[in-house]
Design a protein around this ligand. Structure first.
Ligand SMILES: [Zn+2]
Ligand SMILES: [Zn+2]
Length: 195
């Protein structure tokens, strides 16, 4: 079984994230559950090309996902959708199926019920999130994720130059306006205002 022990994942996550916390424990459990549901047993090793993961929050739990899955943003295998939810979707490219795992709203309350003797909330949740069964921690949804060729980890395309701002655009992220390629910033998706 190539999956590491939970304690090995905890050590790796702590090193990558800078501290250990309840969110990371939850994120590790969530990611391990996701790959298990897909039947992928060596996500970071021999099965590393099978998996693309979507994360839905920019908090602690998200940092645990690449630890288990090996999916990294720099490899286009980790995608961020800013929905503010402790949730992630794991896509098996080989078998063309995907599962979305969501932390249950009840998990904090349940942690307090299981370990009332631990007064520190983070410590209480860290302990409980290690112990709780997966179906008590998470809801599971089988889903379809439409991934275009440009979403795939190995995709390559010619680099074009934005007809508006002149900046280079990789991997077919341009849009076409009046028959010319323009970048998504110039197309109105800019998240910054030039000063
Ligand atoms: Zn944290
Ligand atoms: Zn532009």
């Amino acid at each position: 079984m190539p999956l590491k022990t939970f304690d090995e994942y905890v050590a790796l996550a702590e090193a990558a994230h800078g501290h250990m916390c309840a969110g990371q424990i939850l994120g590790l459990r969530l990611a391990i559950y996701g790959v298990k549901l897909l039947g992928i047993d060596d996500p970071a090793g021999k099965d590393r090309k099978r998996l693309v993961s979507f994360v839905e929050i920019d908090r602690c739990a998200t940092d645990a996902v690449p630890i288990v899955t090996g999916c990294r943003m720099g490899k286009r295998a980790l995608k961020f959708r800013d929905f503010g939810k402790v949730a992630a979707t794991f896509c098996d490219l080989r078998d063309d199926r995907a599962v979305r795992v969501v932390a249950k709203e009840s998990s904090k309350r349940r942690a307090a019920e299981i370990h009332p003797e631990i007064s520190d909330r983070n410590a209480q949740q860290m302990r409980a999130y290690r112990e709780m069964p997966e179906d008590e921690l998470f809801d599971v949804q089988w889903v379809r994720v439409r991934l275009g060729p440009e979403d795939m980890p190995g995709y390559k395309a010619a680099r074009v130059v934005c007809a508006d701002c002149g900046e280079g655009i990789n991997f077919k992220r341009e849009v076409t306006r009046d028959g010319k390629p323009i970048c998504r910033a110039c197309a109105g998706e800019r998240y910054y205002e030039p000063l």
